[in-house]
Design a protein around this ligand. Structure first.
Ligand SMILES: NC(=O)c1ccc[n+]([C@@H]2O[C@H](COP(=O)([O-])OP(=O)(O)OC[C@H]3O[C@@H](n4cnc5c(N)ncnc54)[C@H](OP(=O)(O)O)[C@@H]3O)[C@@H](O)[C@H]2O)c1
Length: 168
């Protein structure tokens, strides 16, 4: 079982703005759904609130420091380690081979040492934003696949879908 990140990053590192995604990219959202379906999804409390409701067909695991945080349809955990331990159990019970960490920036940073693979959408734009991710270290991560995402009329920007695998 491996831990994967699923993340869309603009060329300037921006991943979020005002608690939401800084772009409209329905094709990437469809790809996100396909990549994560059936798998435990691990996310920070702010990303959970940006979704407004749990993602269907997936075990939703939310990380928060708030002792009393609770909502229907989610598992609440107090650390990345606790979230990943629960995700491992749930993935085992469902016989899926990946745990998906889906953000945001705080959680990507904290979970990076545990990640084995990154499903990375490179959004070909430099949008304004308040949530930024540092580039993944090219020494630690090897690009094993890259393809252009098809761009429909509703997709604001072009994008590549890239797979990075841990090299060390
Ligand atoms: N482009 C993408 O792929 C993508 C993916 C996901 C999200 N986003 C965007 O990113 C933004 C949100 O990201 P963010 O970095 O601001 O927030 P986040 O990572 O989603 O959530 C941060 C919250 O998680 C909890 N947390 C973080 N580290 C923790 C730890 N070590 N232990 C326990 N709890 C911890 C805290 O919750 P409490 O404050 O409740 O304690 C913290 O406020 C939004 O704009 C969202 O749309 C983009």
């Amino acid at each position: 079982m491996i831990v994967v990140f699923v993340v869309a990053v603009a060329e300037n590192g921006v991943i979020g703005r005002n608690g939401q995604l800084p772009w409209r990219m329905p094709t990437d959202l469809k790809r996100f759904r396909k990549v994560t379906m059936g798998k435990p999804v691990v996310m920070g409390r702010k990303t959970y609130e940006s979704l407004r409701k749990p993602l269907d067909g997936r075990d939703n695991i939310v990380i928060t420091r708030q002792a009393n945080f609770a909502a229907p349809g989610i598992h609440v955990t107090a650390s990345v380690e606790e979230a990943l331990a629960l995700a491992r159990k749930l993935a085992g019970a469902r016989k899926v081979d990946e745990i998906a960490v889906i953000g945001g920036a705080e959680i990507f940073r904290a979970a990076l040492p545990f990640a084995d693979r990154i499903y990375l959408t490179v959004v070909k734009a430099r949008p304004e934003g308040d949530t930024v991710l540092e580039p993944f270290d090219a020494v630690l991560w090897r690009e094993t696949s890259r393809e252009a995402l098809p761009q429909s009329a509703n997709d604001q920007f072009a994008a590549d879908f890239v797979v990075l695998d841990r090299a060390h």
